[in-house]
Unconditional design. Structure first.
Ligand SMILES: [Fe+2]
Ligand SMILES: [Fe+2]
Length: 173
């Protein structure tokens, strides 16, 4: 009887392990998203401090807030990769696009966020294909925040176009 119980527990542990083990390709995609997040955290932290240095305190706060959003994304991805029994890679950074002027920063950020949105959409498709609803939910939550980042960058671009760079910058002090 005790022997049977031990076998049952052993089978249950292995069953759980099979259930938790994530799809290898998906884990690798999550790691690539993690590299994107770790890259933009650095990109935004540097840019927000550059804005602080120029006295554009509104831009400093807005970009700093985005850096913090990206930190949450990195944390959530790490958490999910570990849950799926993968190994999170935190040592990889992609090439950074740090703007030398505010216009360059906003245009780079818009391009970066658009690329990230497309990558999250692709990752969601893959997570659906491998029937990983928990990952679909997480990636969808992050995707919505990334769309908010695109929206922010596009509003800034429109304001620069409409009011001119000087007026825009005056509004950021
Ligand atoms: Fe992000
Ligand atoms: Fe973002």
């Amino acid at each position: 009887m005790i022997f049977l119980k031990i076998i049952q527990i052993f089978l249950f542990i292995n069953y759980k392990r099979t259930m938790m083990k994530g799809n290898e390709k998906l884990i690798s995609v999550l790691n690539s998203l993690l590299a994107d997040e770790l890259t933009v955290i650095n990109q935004y932290m540097v840019q927000s401090e550059m804005c602080a240095n120029w006295g554009y305190s509104k831009l400093h706060k807005a970009i700093r807030k985005q850096a913090m959003d990206e930190m949450f994304h990195a944390e959530w991805l790490i958490e999910r990769i570990i849950f799926l029994e993968g190994l999170p890679t935190v040592s990889k950074l992609n090439p950074m696009k740090i703007g030398k002027t505010v216009s360059e920063m906003i245009s780079n950020d818009d391009d970066t966020e658009l690329k990230v949105v497309s990558e999250y959409n692709d990752a969601i498709k893959l997570a659906r294909e491998v029937d990983d609803q928990g990952t679909v939910d997480l990636l969808t939550k992050i995707l919505k925040m990334e769309e908010g980042h695109v929206d922010w960058a596009e509003i800034q671009r429109a304001q620069i176009d409409q009011m001119g760079l000087e007026n825009y910058l005056a509004s950021q002090i």
